[in-house]
Ligand binder design. Structure first.
Ligand code: BMA
Length: 369
């Protein structure tokens, strides 16, 4: 362990709660973290202090509108000349296929892109739309409310599920620079749990079991030496106040970044719900000393030519976010895209958003010290 690692581990020395023989006992847990992960967290912290935030896009460099798998391509770059500062990718079905994810993207390719993104000064995050381990259907299969319980210690699917977690840890550990440095990434599992559309959602498991799922995930990653990970907690916009927002929060010793996933369907409702969520998160961020971000957002097909500067920016500019990320530009599903591409009606407005000194793209990250 390097000196800086050691110091940061001491800073992250937290009080963990663990269930033991049906009783709760306090346990001191040592959070090990690589110096690269600590540096990533420092950037998350610094940006809002400078009144800046990163722009992000899911699956940005692997496909887009009218293309799939080209090299050095990105719809965002084609519009503004630069890659997003934050990219996100999904691990769904790594546990089944091993070599590609649920959106048919090669995991080798994602590994290359995460390394390339790190080397250009940007960051990456991973969500995990993991299949339902009971039914074998996808993560949206909410037909059974015993799934979370079944993967916890003592559950019938526990061993199988630990194998799935190991696949995730092994893959994340394999993302290394040519010098053998594990690339730090933000891990964002068990997202949108305040809704009930995933098997780990609000009505599908108890608060206690949801938290246990998180702790089990975190502990397995630590055991597997994946100390290059930071962790994000990403509810939807359902919580009405900070108590509801924190109802299933796994704990300060696990979570590094608090987020929200919020999509526009109706403009007024979107602005109101995003604004509410960011108000709540600002309070939680202060009280728990956690950085915050809009972990997923967007307006499918962006049918509003000034959406970037007239809807999104006026809300997010009021809050100390580290990044805002829009979802993917699907190439296999019609009208499922959230970032502009050349010729799109919001491309000019996106350029204004890009040119705003507060928004950071990959090329800006080398200057963030
Ligand atoms: C969802 C949709 C799906 C996709 C999943 C994981 O929101 O975009 O089509 O499979 O994310 O990327």
């Amino acid at each position: 362990m390097k000196i800086s690692n050691f110091l940061l581990s001491i800073m992250a020395f937290g009080l963990g709660m663990t269930a033991c023989g049906g009783q709760s006992e306090n346990r001191l847990t040592l959070r090990e973290q690589t110096s690269e992960a600590s540096a990533m967290l420092e950037i998350f912290t610094k940006l809002p202090q400078q009144r800046q935030f990163m722009f992000g896009h899911h699956d940005d460099p692997v496909y887009g509108i009218g293309w799939d798998g080209d090299s050095a391509r990105s719809d965002v770059k084609s519009v503004c000349g630069d890659y997003p500062a934050m990219m996100s990718f999904d691990l769904g079905r790594i546990e089944i296929y091993g070599d590609k994810n649920l959106d048919n993207v090669s995991l080798d390719r994602i590994r290359q892109e995460v390394v390339a993104q790190y080397e250009r000064g940007g960051m990456s995050s991973f969500s995990w739309h993991v299949d339902n381990p009971v039914t074998g259907k996808d993560s949206w299969d909410v037909s059974d409310s015993t799934v979370v319980k079944s993967v916890l210690p003592g559950g019938v699917n526990h061993d199988k599920f630990m194998g799935w977690l190991d696949k995730v840890a092994d893959y994340l550990n394999s993302i290394q620079t040519p010098e053998g440095v594990k690339v730090p990434v933000l891990f964002r599992p068990w997202h949108e749990h305040t809704g009930s559309w995933f098997w780990w959602g609000q009505n599908l498991c108890s608060t206690e079991d949801y938290k246990a799922l998180w702790r089990m995930t975190y502990e397995r990653m630590q055991e597997k030496g994946a100390t290059q990970l930071l962790y994000a907690y990403s509810p939807g916009t359902e919580p009405k106040d900070s108590v509801e927002y924190l109802e299933r929060y796994p704990g300060d010793d696990i979570i590094d970044l608090i987020g929200v996933d919020a999509y526009q369907f109706d403009k007024e409702a979107y602005v109101k719900s995003l604004d509410n969520a960011l108000t709540i998160m600002s309070q939680v961020s202060k009280a728990h000393k956690k950085v915050m971000a809009v972990t997923e957002t967007g307006y499918e097909t962006i049918p509003d030519s000034v959406w970037w500067t007239q809807t999104l920016m006026p809300v997010i500019e009021k809050y100390p976010i580290s990044y805002v990320l829009v979802w993917r530009n699907a190439r296999e599903r019609e009208n499922h895209y959230y970032a502009p591409y050349p010729g799109h009606s919001s491309a000019d407005d996106f350029l204004n958003f890009y040119n705003d000194s507060r928004t950071l793209f990959a090329g800006d990250m080398k200057n963030v010290k």
